[in-house]
Write a protein that binds this ligand. Structure first.
Ligand code: F6R
Length: 596
């Protein structure tokens, strides 16, 4: 979703802003803009489409002088992606960029802004005009910002230029993510650390309903009521090389191939001083004493949650269900007496998941967040956090975060299990080795993706039990990056209606990793074959049949989803590649979905 960057210091700012925005491209956007201040005033440049258009328009930022500025990548919500709607937006005195949505926009327009000539269709444009209005009535800038915070309802991360305070940048936050980067002789604003990591790895967290006054030397954080907050910066574990794709053609393929290393890193990170896998005892005790685990997540993380359900119920004998956050928030099921909540989120910023967190927190329930981003909103607001240690995931399509999520769920479920069960450390090491073998066969997946999917309009993944959960993820990956209409289906359910869609040449990919359903899924493959489907089977070696085209080495059946998903990630990648898609930034999608 939208990205923000800001800088105040001594260097020429436009190239810094553009570089920061380029690191935010992975979040998804359809226009971009910057505003830069020098002694002559504020220059604003905007461009629709790719950031390179803005680079061209400003000759890589060199045509604009000034050492203070703000920038934005916009993912359209209110109004089309046009230059008028692109940020920054301005009034007579203020220029600003905004992530989020103002919910009481209409009310504020009629209360304060009658007669203002707005040039865009955005909700954002009311904000600089409200600040104008408040300062014209005698408030100083900080008072006007506090006033603004008391009036606007919704989500907002703002970076603000006040033409009358040339040595200051302001930032404001509620619900949308925002960090302040601390430098030597400069400071920065960013919607995530990536925007600033080329310049600094020290950051201040900003909480909801706080605003920040930033000069090149100082960062002062205040509550909505103007009380100064004493908060130390933290050091990010990220470095610049993590955000670059090196010799890989795309981030997605790099991230697929990082998976063995991520699993090995997790084994290391979750090992105690004796080398045994362990998790914070308080988390384990809370889960052991709850009567049901509720997993809340969206998209790929929800699919990992489905596998988590299987792991908790089988290994730890705990009832568990995985829920889609955007459904759970409005259609909350009747809760058990002692629930325990697990939120799974790569970014830790997903607004749908956060809406549920706010709700269950208010009910007083215990919450664990499993996330890749230390210090993210969902992590801060939970009682506990377990990190994925996957390194930044930049491709919009999630791969290594999914496998890391299942690995962390398996570590947790095996720790919660009272009976000694599987040796998780040994089994995960095996998983890492098997993924490595799969990665060495990428040419096979390329060939199969071209053969089965190059000309396909639609496709099915079918499986049963945990294989079905992987099918849901495999289909999501395929559709989001190749735009082939793909469906993950419970193999036994096809014949109850959906089989009507199978015609000559429809690609149907089956996943078989569980002995108890092997023969049943194979019968379903025969059913679709008889109706003309082009079938492809992914199976584990102990269950394979001589016609299976992808055979993966056996791992513990409970951990099979971590390996069986990998060929499907490759298939999605190569299908998208042969269709010439924009793999790392598929259309209409955003990496960090910060609106509900
Ligand atoms: C798909 C994908 C999305 C995310 C979903 C939740 O490849 O990445 O479906 O999984 O938007 O995002 P997080 O995990 O950041 O909460």
């Amino acid at each position: 979703m939208c990205g923000i960057v800001g800088y105040i210091g001594d260097k020429l700012v436009a190239p810094i802003l553009l570089e920061g925005l380029s690191k935010l491209e992975y979040r998804g956007y359809d226009s971009a803009g910057i505003a830069v201040c020098d002694e002559n005033g504020v220059t604003i440049e905007k461009a629709v489409g790719k950031l390179e258009n803005l680079y061209k328009k400003t000759d890589n930022g060199t045509t604009i002088s000034g050492t203070k500025g703000i920038g934005h990548t916009r993912w359209a919500t209110h109004g089309k992606p046009t230059e008028e709607n692109a940020h920054p937006h301005k009034s007579e005195r203020f220029v600003l960029v905004h992530n989020g949505i103002i919910e009481n926009e209409e009310f504020l327009r009629s209360k304060y802004l009658k007669g203002v000539n707005f040039v865009s269709e955005t909700d954002t444009e009311i904000i600089p005009w409200l600040l104008d209005k408040f300062t014209q009535s005698g408030e100083d800038t900080e008072m006007a910002i506090r006033h603004l915070m008391s009036e606007i309802v919704g989500s907002y991360a703002l970076a603000i230029i006040d033409r009358e305070n040339p040595d200051v940048l302001y930032a404001v936050k509620n619900k949308s993510p925002l960090l302040i980067g601390k430098g030597e002789g400069f400071n920065m604003i960013g919607s995530d650390s990536m925007a600033m990591i080329a310049n600094t790895n020290m950051f201040f967290e900003i909480h909801d309903k706080e605003y920040v006054v930033i000069t090149k030397e100082t960062v002062k954080i205040y509550t909505q009521y103007g009380k100064l907050i004493d908060r130390a910066p933290f050091k990010a574990e990220l470095d610049l090389s993590d955000t670059e794709k090196g010799t890989y053609a795309h981030f997605m393929i790099k991230e697929i191939e990082e998976q063995p290393a991520v699993i090995r890193r997790l084994i290391q990170k979750y090992a105690d001083e004796n080398g045994d896998i362990s998790v914070d005892k308080a988390i384990v005790n809370d889960i052991q004493s709850c009567d049901k685990i509720y997993i809340i997540a969206c998209g790929t993380s929800y699919h990992a949650g489905l596998v988590g359900k299987q792991l908790f119920e089988t290994m730890a004998k705990k009832p568990c269900d995985s829920y889609i956050a955007s459904e759970f928030v409005h259609n909350t099921p009747l809760l058990s007496e002692k629930p325990f909540f697990i939120f799974i989120s790569q970014s830790g910023e997903t607004a749908d998941s956060r809406a549920v967190m706010v709700k269950v927190k208010a009910m007083g329930h215990k919450i664990l967040t499993i996330t890749n981003v230390k210090g993210s909103t969902l992590s801060r607001e939970a009682n506990y956090t377990l990190l994925l240690h996957a390194g930044p995931e930049i491709a919009v399509a999630s791969t290594k975060a999914y496998t890391a999520q299942i690995a962390v769920l398996a570590i947790l479920a095996s720790t919660v299990a009272k009976e000694p069960g599987l040796d998780i450390k040994y089994e995960l090491s095996k998983v890492a080795n098997v993924i490595e073998t799969i990665c060495s066969e990428s040419e096979t997946y390329k060939y199969l993706a071209e053969k089965y999917l190059k000309n396909a309009r639609n496709a099915f993944y079918i499986g049963r039990c945990v294989d079905y959960y992987v099918c849901l993820e495999a289909a999501l990956k395929l559709k989001e990056i190749s735009y082939i209409q793909a469906e993950g289906f419970a193999a036994g359910e096809l014949k109850h209606g959906t089989i009507a869609l199978i015609e000559k040449g429809t690609p149907v990919i089956a996943i078989i990793t569980q002995e108890n359903i092997n023969l049943n899924t194979r019968s379903n493959i025969e059913e679709v074959k008889a109706r003309g489907a082009k079938t492809l089977v992914i199976s584990t070696s102990s269950l394979s049949s001589h016609n299976d085209k992808i055979v993966i080495r056996d791992v513990h059946p409970l951990l099979a989803p971590i390996v069986s998903v990998v060929p499907t990630q490759y298939i999605a990648y190569y299908a998208a590649l042969c269709k010439g898609r924009d793999i790392d930034k598929p259309r209409n999608l955003a990496k960090s979905v910060t609106v509900e």
